[in-house]
Design a protein around this ligand. Structure first.
Ligand code: 4NP
Length: 159
């Protein structure tokens, strides 16, 4: 089982978008039995409000015909570090905040999503930019690259 945790700041815009897009890629290839995929935030305020996915993320996924499922914000916990195999952040600030909670990345599990691409960079926060289309393009590029990384490194059982 490959356990993947996508992480952003608020866990309502970027990381649930990555979780839903990546889960759909896995499902389309019939590989869902090989994965456990979740997302979390480095801040807990949206968990307090039991916040679901942001309407901007919902709307762009609908426009792109990506099947939607709900996710409720939760803050990353210290024991997530041992549980998950891949902890995938959206930007450098997330990585710093994750390590403040989990401790240093001794097993080299924490990367940015776009570190799996040929053009490593942060994914800007649409909570501030309002540009969910740009987030969608970046998240999709990163999820495709991460999937390809798993395939090329023989992490998946071939059906
Ligand atoms: P996210 O965006 O990290 O992509 O989920 C944010 C969502 C909410 C807040 C900040 C960023 N907030 O301040 O509530």
């Amino acid at each position: 089982m490959i356990k993947v945790l996508f992480v952003c700041l608020g866990n309502i815009c970027r990381s649930p978008m990555a979780q839903i897009i990546f889960q759909n890629m896995v499902n389309e290839d019939g590989l869902e039995n090989q994965f456990e995929i979740d997302s979390a935030g480095t801040e807990g305020y949206n968990e307090l409000y039991h916040a679901g996915v942001h309407s901007g993320t919902k709307e762009i996924l609908k426009r792109k015909n990506i099947p939607f499922f709900e996710h409720y914000s939760r803050k990353i916990r210290k024991n997530d570090y041992d549980y998950y195999d891949y902890i995938i952040a959206m930007d450098m600030e997330n990585i710093n905040d994750i390590e403040n909670i989990t401790g240093i990345d001794k097993d080299n599990k924490i990367k940015r999503l776009l570190d799996y691409t040929n053009n490593p960079r942060n994914i800007k926060d649409p909570w501030y930019t309002g540009n969910f289309e740009e987030t969608y393009e970046d998240v999709t590029e990163g999820c495709r690259a991460f999937f390809k990384y798993l395939l090329l490194n023989n992490k998946l059982e071939q059906l």
